[in-house]
Design a protein around this ligand. Structure first.
Ligand code: IFM
Length: 467
């Protein structure tokens, strides 16, 4: 057992305008993978390959949100949650990647947004949450520079058809580091590409797309806010040795700085990651300036910290992460350390880039084992403690003057957790995937009461966490 301290805090300490919400993503929740004209995404095809996903699972049905979104919106409303982040499925809207619109697919998002607004819930769509249409992957996907044109077409379509529906806040990409790194370098996420020859072009194109899409969305409604989201983890060197310090610096450049720095006009952090210098050969003269994006907000997505040590046999990077389970520290089902200060440190780090741009925590949450007994209740004290301790670190950052304006829990309900399948459960709502029954967990009830007007406050307390 080890302990974390949660200082006394209250929702009111965040001020009346602070944005509280929940986040989801199309490929993790919608299901209906081949209905109403949708074509397969790279996650549909990747999950059909042997050995790619835990127990051979797939996102074909997931939470069946495509059919159940009305009930789920009612659930969100009942929880008193006023902001809902979701993503749009490119292959549902444009089954050929570009070209003719699939109106049934588009209508789904029109109804979803209308329904949310009618229930007093702000829609927060993300344009791309990792589910490229397979037809585009077949042409090289993110490694093909043509993706800039495909993306432009997609964002133009969204701007034209959804841009006038009163949606105030948009996000362009979800965690470009993860979909390029896990999907194009390590190969354990879709599309399963590996190595620098895939990663470097994918990285460049993903970074360039953020600016392109932004302009296209903006042209249809000038008053909207457009941000993008970035994964990040506080990095600690394992020891103070010179070798570990160098390893930690490289890991920081790769995991935290690689996409936010070009977006903020600083270019790729190549001096700390010279293995990526090859990108310069791919860059065209206009790219340098197009990497910079005038973001209206920065979405910070944080779950854990990473301990990094030097490792001579890891090619190029010579660094590796030291697994939390092996370290014997409190961790989640993803084997991610529970380390609430990480979110504070990351907000501080991201606020220094462009202090005038507000930050939003667009994802934070935890997967813990949930033991559901078939009733309408589920106790998940570890998740409640995780949320409390992290929200209290967000408040710490805010109280120190960091312009953080919102916090979204990942996630509304248990869903398809990529290569891990349905095993890790991050939801505030439990999902029985056999019957599609939804059960609000104690964490959902806690979050709901915390964000309500008359919440009494979390007392200062020390909580014990299981290792
Ligand atoms: O489920 C993912 C989400 O799609 C992106 N951010 C991290 C979450 C938890 O792994």
């Amino acid at each position: 057992m080890s302990e974390i301290q949660i200082d006394k805090f209250n929702r009111k300490n965040f001020g009346p305008d602070f944005i509280w919400g929940v986040s989801t993503a199309a490929p993790q929740t919608e299901g209906a993978w081949n209905e109403d004209g949708k074509s397969p995404s790279i996650w549909d095809t990747f999950s059909m390959k042997k050995g790619k996903i835990f127990q051979g699972q797939n996102p074909k049905i997931a939470c069946d949100f495509y059919h159940r979104y009305r009930e789920d919106i009612q659930l969100i409303k009942n929880l008193g949650i006023k902001n809902f982040r979701f993503s749009l499925s490119w292959s549902r809207i444009l089954p050929n990647g570009t070209g003719p619109i699939n109106h049934k697919g588009l209508d789904f998002y029109k109804s979803l947004c209308d329904e949310l607004l009618e229930h007093g819930i702000e829609p927060w769509p993300t344009l791309y949450h990792w589910d490229l249409p397979q037809v585009l992957e077949d042409k090289g996907g993110w490694t093909n520079r043509e993706v800039l044109n495909w993306f432009e077409y997609y964002s133009e379509t969204i701007g034209k058809h959804l841009g006038n529906r009163g949606i105030q806040n948009w996000m362009v990409l979800n965690e470009p580091m993860v979909f390029t790194g896990a999907g194009h370098f390590l190969g354990y996420h879709a599309p399963g590409r590996r190595g620098f020859s895939n990663f470097i072009p994918a990285m460049l194109h993903a970074a360039l797309c953020t600016g392109k899409k932004k302009k296209k969305l903006r042209s249809h409604q000038s008053s909207i806010n457009i941000g993008s989201t970035y994964s990040c983890s506080f990095i600690t060197p394992r020891t103070n040795s010179e070798a570990d310090l160098i390893a930690a610096k490289k890991a920081d450049a790769l995991l935290n700085r690689l996409f936010i720095e070009p977006a903020c006009g600083l270019g790729f952090p190549l001096s700390d990651l010279n293995v990526l210098n090859k990108v310069e050969k791919l860059m065209r003269p206009e790219d340098e300036k197009n990497l910079k994006v005038d973001l209206d907000f920065i979405g910070v997505q944080n779950y854990t910290r990473e301990i990094v040590e030097s490792c001579w046999y890891v090619p190029y990077l010579k660094a590796r992460l030291v697994n939390a389970k092996k370290r014997g520290v409190p961790h989640t089902e993803m084997e991610w350390e529970v380390y609430p200060e990480s979110i504070y440190e990351m907000l501080k780090k991201f606020s220094r880039y462009r202090p005038e741009i507000p930050l939003l925590v667009t994802e934070n949450g935890a997967a813990f084992k949930d033991n559901w007994d078939g009733s309408n209740e589920l106790k998940d004290p570890l998740r409640v403690e995780y949320l409390q301790s992290h929200i209290s670190q967000v408040l710490r950052a805010k109280n120190e003057g960091i312009d953080v304006r919102g916090y979204f829990v990942w996630t509304l309900m248990d869903n398809f957790e990529w290569a891990e399948g349905y095993r890790p459960r991050f939801g505030l709502v439990y999902l029985d995937f056999e019957t599609q029954k939804r059960v609000i967990k104690d964490s959902g009830k806690w979050f709901s009461s915390f964000i309500s007007e008359n919440f009494e406050g979390v007392e200062k307390k020390i909580v014990a966490l299981e290792n």
